[in-house]
Ligand binder design. Structure first.
Ligand SMILES: NC(=O)C1=CN([C@@H]2O[C@H](COP(=O)(O)OP(=O)(O)OC[C@H]3O[C@@H](n4cnc5c(N)ncnc54)[C@H](O)[C@@H]3O)[C@@H](O)[C@H]2O)[C@@H](O)CC1
Ligand SMILES: Nc1ncnc2c1ncn2[C@@H]1O[C@H](COP(=O)(O)OP(=O)(O)O)[C@@H](O)[C@H]1O
Ligand SMILES: [K+]
Length: 509
């Protein structure tokens, strides 16, 4: 983590954020826990108990519970939940999608536990045709051992769960969602998902958001040192981190200490984008902001934010002095890919230094600078732009967002911010180089939101944060501001311009 300019020494401890694992890394943790002396069945018993405790807490009035059990250990967790619910006097039915007699190991012990508790276990496919009128469904079909989309009877079970109006608790993950990537074609649409031992990376990004519902996590009482060991894919961004990144300013600070940003872009008809970039940068604390844009936007920019220094420019030749003065540059929104935009972009790339490259500038980077790699830039593609840069389809980017962001990083270096639900910040191959933002909401699916994000990242860069830190803080502040704005006024109708004032609170933690 870098030290922002002219700030007090950090007092807040930087908390180690939650780790994110894939299925294989989760299995490694399971094995470690077993090697440390907790039996596989004990883990399963704890998982089932945690799930039943959550049921009691969230659905205290539920009396009729239908548990959909698969043939692996995820199914085993389901049998434990059924046993505990039955012992508590609830009416429970297990629909078994693999014959309980064929289950092995811990899952077989869990079946025995359910039988002993008097749970009715019926053949899954036959049971689907029998009405049950459940108050709650438990999805214990597939967990981290799932390979590909649900097949056969499992697929019919997923469809039946989704057609039933009852709420759904997904055990460990919604069956059909890929734990590693979040890819989901046919998956259980859960009300809540309770994950064990490890937070699965895939549940926090991309399409998974449409299936997981509210996310819960239980470490099953494992030693935190064990959970901190071994490999992980990345880490979650959390609000508590902000205090560590953004210590208060020194009382003697002046605008020369807080950074000068140059924003470049806004061809005729696209002036609003750069105004939003500039305003967002100002609201996260950039000291001075120069905006180089088409002259037709001068009046609008100054009317919206008289704090800006705005210059109408006809070509890249007119920004040399501005580049000289700036600590960082944000370029791309409204830039266009014609001669005007090209000239400005070429000029900006002539000099090294922190840059946020977005929108049209990403297209210009691909078309004019194939193979150029730099450490000091932050590239902020949405999935469509990432696909353009990788020469694939946006759906392929979404199918494995981490792989796409990593590939972009390998090609381009610096920091890659892959936008969209569960935004990823990637600056390398290690766990500490990958951050995922679990905040944000679909109210952000409106024009200009990305411009505001770019402005925030740039506004943090000029204050001296390192590119990875600026990207992480910018993404987090942007999403938290959008969530707060949505809480106040609702998601639908949320405007990019609404975020700035909420962001201000977050950068003063
Ligand atoms: N000791 C442990 O390993 C623990 C495991 N736990 C639970 O166990 C789960 C992992 O258990 P498993 O490794 O047995 O895996 P699963 O329970 O996910 O089951 C895998 C089984 O499902 C079948 N299958 C896989 N993909 C399928 C598909 N697409 N369509 C239909 N059938 C498919 C396979 O035949 C395989 O036998 C975790 O998600 C968690 O819920 C918890 O009980 C905590 C402790
Ligand atoms: N459903 C969503 N959930 C979370 N964040 C979202 C969602 N939709 C959009 N966003 C965020 O809003 C911003 C949109 O950026 P972008 O697509 O570049 O928009 P624009 O080009 O209009 O500025 C990104 O930061 C993205 O992560
Ligand atoms: K499941």
């Amino acid at each position: 983590m870098s030290t922002p300019l002219h700030t007090r020494r950090r007092t807040a401890a930087v908390e180690v954020p939650a780790r994110l694992h894939d299925a294989a890394q989760t299995r490694a943790l399971d094995r470690e826990a077993i090697a440390a002396g907790i039996s596989g069945f004990e883990l399963m018993r704890r998982a089932g108990a945690a799930a039943f405790a959550l049921i009691r807490q969230r659905w205290p009035k539920a009396r009729r519970i239908r548990v959909f059990c698969g043939g692996g250990n995820n199914g085993g967790d389901g049998y434990v939940v059924a046993a505990l619910a039955s012992r508590a006097g609830l009416m429970v039915e297990v629909l078994a999608f693999k014959s309980p007699e064929t289950l092995a190991g811990e899952a077989a012990e869990a079946v025995a536990m359910a039988r002993e508790a008097g749970v009715a276990i019926v053949d899954g496919e036959a049971g689907l045709d029998q009405p049950f009128d459940a108050d709650l469904l438990v999805d214990a079909l597939l967990g981290t051992g799932a390979k590909g989309a649900p097949r056969g009877a499992y697929l019919r079970a997923v469809e039946a769960i989704n057609q039933d109006p009852a709420p759904v608790l997904a055990i460990d993950l919604p069956s059909g969602v890929d734990a590693d990537t979040g890819m989901a074609e046919q998956a259980v649409s859960a009300t809540l998902t309770l994950s064990f031992i490890a937070r699965k990376f895939g549940l926090y990004t991309g399409l998974a958001a449409d299936y997981v519902g509210e996310r819960f996590f239980d470490d099953l009482g494992l030693d935190p040192r064990l959970l901190a060991s071994g490999e992980a894919l990345g880490r979650l961004l959390e609000p508590a981190m902000l205090a560590g990144y953004l210590p208060p300013r020194l009382p003697s600070s002046h605008k020369g200490h807080t950074g000068h940003l140059l924003v470049v872009g806004g061809r005729p008809g696209y002036g609003g984008s750069t105004i939003m970039v500039s305003e967002a940068a100002a609201r996260v604390g950039a000291g001075l902001i120069s905006l180089a844009t088409d002259a037709c936007h001068l009046a609008a920019a100054l009317a919206r934010r008289p704090e800006l220094m705005v210059r109408g420019v006809r070509s890249g030749l007119e920004i040399g002095d501005l580049l000289e003065a700036a600590d960082a540059v944000a370029i791309g929104p409204g830039l266009g890919q014609g001669a005007w935009g090209q000239g400005l972009f070429d000029k900006v790339l002539e000099r090294p230094g922190p840059r946020v490259i977005d929108a049209d500038a990403l297209h210009l980077l691909e078309s004019r600078y194939a193979g150029l790699r730099r450490d000091d830039w932050v590239l902020t593609p949405h999935p469509g732009e990432a696909a353009m840069m990788l020469g694939c389809k946006a759906s392929q980017v979404q199918a494995d967002r981490l792989a796409a962001a990593r590939e972009l990083w390998r090609r381009r270096g610096g920091v890659i911010v892959l936008k969209g639900n569960g935004t990823l910040v990637v600056a390398g191959e290690n766990e500490t180089d990958v951050a995922l933002c679990p905040y944000g909401n679909p109210g952000m699916a409106s024009g200009g939101m990305g411009d505001v994000l770019g402005g925030m990242i740039a506004g943090l860069l000029v204050q001296g944060l390192a590119p990875f830190d600026a990207a992480c803080v910018g993404v987090l502040v942007h999403a938290l501001a959008a969530d707060e704005a949505a809480r106040v006024g609702g998601e639908r109708g949320l405007l990019a311009g609404d975020l700035a004032s909420f962001a201000r609170r977050r950068v003063n933690p």
